[in-house]
Design a protein around this ligand. Structure first.
Ligand SMILES: C[S@@+](CC[C@H](N)C(=O)[O-])C[C@H]1O[C@@H](n2cnc3c(N)ncnc32)[C@H](O)[C@@H]1O
Length: 267
């Protein structure tokens, strides 16, 4: 028996076909799991989960006889044969990733290997850290006439960012910029961002959004690195640099619900 989070939503309950389900777990709060993800977790025969970023509460949804495998100490070479073998034995396998799997989820190489092995897979999207952070901050990242673009990026670390996506050049857009995986290099990032954003531009430093030890603070851009270091934040931090964080000072409003604006559903 599966549970739906929303009583009013009719959810199709089909038995899970043998396949790998690459599921987004959201940022940490178990209630931010989608209904589809929850149903699949409850039915899966095998769950492999990134235990460094996914709370244990989510794997407690597993059925009693499910095989649950934490993967934080494993390589892709350890994980792949398990997934392939289980699906070939007729079992359903969940690969549970934090946030949305398509963002910094290392799923590209997994999908290539699964396709090469002729193992079917499906991606179930999740709520990414930037969305959870914006919700906690009660901010719209696209305030009309102030900012209409969101950039999701990171600094180079052990993974290099292509030269065409250099942070200083992205900063030139002065968009709502969400910086993932960057706490260890935040002093370099701050210098690059200051080439275009004003020093007083608000930055939200969002640590472990949705977890019991969540910490969120807003500082001016020129204090971003210092605030990170003084709080000893080195991982699971999402930085949001955006004019929208001072958006309450803007009188701009969207045309969508404006009385002077007609459209198909409100002629
Ligand atoms: C390997 S990436 C995974 C991103 C994930 N797929 C997503 O969509 O949010 C890990 C990075 O995501 C960000 N992150 C993930 N969960 C977070 C959370 N709960 N609070 C703040 N940042 C988070 C941090 O920048 C962290 O370094």
């Amino acid at each position: 028996m599966t549970v739906t989070a929303l009583d009013s939503v009719q959810v199709t309950q089909k038995a899970l076909a043998p396949a790998v389900y690459i599921v987004g777990a959201g940022p940490g709060d178990p209630e931010l799991l989608t209904v589809k993800a929850q149903n699949i977790l409850q039915q899966a025969d095998v769950i492999l989960y990134a235990d460094s970023l996914v709370p244990k509460a989510m794997v407690k949804l597993a059925k009693p006889n499910a095989e649950v495998i934490p993967t934080s100490t494993q390589t892709l070479e350890d994980i792949l044969p398990v997934m392939i073998e289980r699906v070939r034995s007729g079992l359903s396998v969940v690969r549970l990733h934090s946030g949305d799997p398509t963002l910094y989820g290392a799923v590209h190489e997994q999908m290539q290997a699964l396709a090469a092995a002729d193992v079917p897979f499906e991606i179930i999207p999740g709520i990414s850290a930037f969305q959870a952070a914006a919700a906690k901050l009660q901010v719209e990242l696209t305030v009309p006439e102030l900012v209409q673009t969101i950039i999701l990026t990171r600094t180079s670390g052990r993974t290099n960012v292509p030269a065409t996506e250099e942070l200083a050049s992205l900063a030139a857009h002065k968009a709502s910029l969400c910086l993932y995986l960057s706490a260890r290099h935040i002093d370099v990032a701050q210098k690059k961002l200051l080439k275009h954003y004003a020093a007083e531009t608000p930055v939200a430093i969002c640590y472990r959004v949705g977890w019991p030890d969540e910490k969120i603070c807003i500082v001016p851009l020129h204090q971003m690195a210092e605030a990170t270091e003084s709080q000893k934040l080195i991982r699971t931090v999402l930085y949001m640099i955006s004019p929208a964080l001072e958006g309450h000072q803007s009188e701009a409003r969207s045309r969508l619900y404006h009385p002077d604006h007609d459209h198909l559903f409100r002629p």
